[in-house]
Design a protein around this ligand. Structure first.
Ligand code: GLN
Length: 304
């Protein structure tokens, strides 16, 4: 497969498209990002690295971190974790409170904010130093210890975190948050404020393409059975109320973040990441979705 040639085609096709999306502004620090940033990185199990554009520039991973926190929690716990968070698509926006009220404080899945906050609560219960251990986990799966948070993004989100605090309070009223709300909120905001480049994210996501093992040194991060499950949740819930659309257009398990990143994998084949900050109305990178749709079209294969 001529991957670099395909990526070059995707680059020119994508840059020729008009952008209608808007950079996220509800976290003021994210509003400062240059909307023209655009990078893509493809990491193939058999043939290595391909990419273009701003593929090596770090950006705020935001909700893509929810895949890592779920992985860390699933590596520490078994099925009891899913008594506190379900695995069904929500069909609602990422920060919605609506279903929680009539579903007794059990979030639909770990990739909407409510679900990720429950996972953060679980990590606060288990880990001695949750923020540092979360960062250590990212260092372990990337083999890169320079990855860190952006303090300004952390402070900015913290200042405007009323909605996530509301989710936590509502779930606590149902007994589904065990720890101090501020501590759980801080871990969640911390994980969201981590910065990684497309290349680093593709390296991290390689574990989901490679049955739970890092590719470079073959460390088992999580079992293949649990990897299958994480990929299934990405497929059905990775894009909130646009999970169906992403599946329909792209056909890969993936996860987006409001920083404009999308990471996706093809099991046994590759991990791929794209970054373009303008978001569509559902909060997913507009050009990112297009670029990935072109990847599975031009290569002629997706998981379907
Ligand atoms: N930190 C963001 C929030 O909680 C993450 C949302 C996202 O990336 N979709 O609002």
């Amino acid at each position: 497969m001529q991957y670099q040639k395909i990526l070059d085609t995707i680059k020119s096709e994508t840059l020729a498209r008009p952008i209608t999306g808007k950079v996220a502004t509800y976290i003021p620090e994210l509003a400062k990002i240059d909307p023209d940033k655009f990078g893509m990185h493809l990491y193939c199990i058999n043939s290595g690295h391909y990419g273009f554009g701003n593929e090596s520039e770090r950006f705020s991973i935001q909700s893509i971190s929810k895949v890592f926190s779920l992985t860390l929690a699933m590596s520490l716990l078994d099925d009891e974790l899913f008594e506190r968070v379900d695995v069904e698509p929500s069909g609602d926006p990422f920060n919605s409170l609506i279903q929680l009220e009539y579903e007794n404080g059990i979030p639909r899945n770990p990739f909407i904010n409510a679900g990720a906050l429950v996972i953060a609560d679980i990590l606060v219960s288990i880990l001695e130093n949750p923020q540092q251990e979360f960062l250590d986990f990212i260092h372990k799966i990337t083999g890169n210890t320079t990855i860190n948070i952006n303090q300004k993004v952390f402070d900015s989100e913290k200042k405007y975190s009323h909605r996530n605090a509301a989710l936590l309070n509502l779930m606590k009223s149902f007994g589904n948050i065990k720890n101090d709300i501020e501590t759980v909120l801080d871990l969640y905001i911390y994980q969201c404020s981590i910065e990684m480049s497309c290349k680093e994210l593709a390296t991290a996501f390689m574990i989901y393409a490679n049955a739970g093992n890092t590719l470079s040194d073959d460390i088992e991060v999580i079992t293949s059975r649990k990897t299958k499950r994480i990929n299934a949740i990405m497929q059905t819930c990775g894009f909130y109320d646009e999970a169906g659309e992403f599946s329909f257009r792209v056909g890969l398990p993936g996860k987006s973040g409001v920083g404009g990143g999308i990471a996706a994998i093809h099991p046994g084949q590759y991990a791929v990441t794209v970054w373009s900050p303008p978001l569509n109305p559902k909060g997913n990178s507009e050009l990112g979705m297009y670029a990935l749709e072109r990847l599975t079209t031009l290569t002629g294969f997706s998981i379907f």
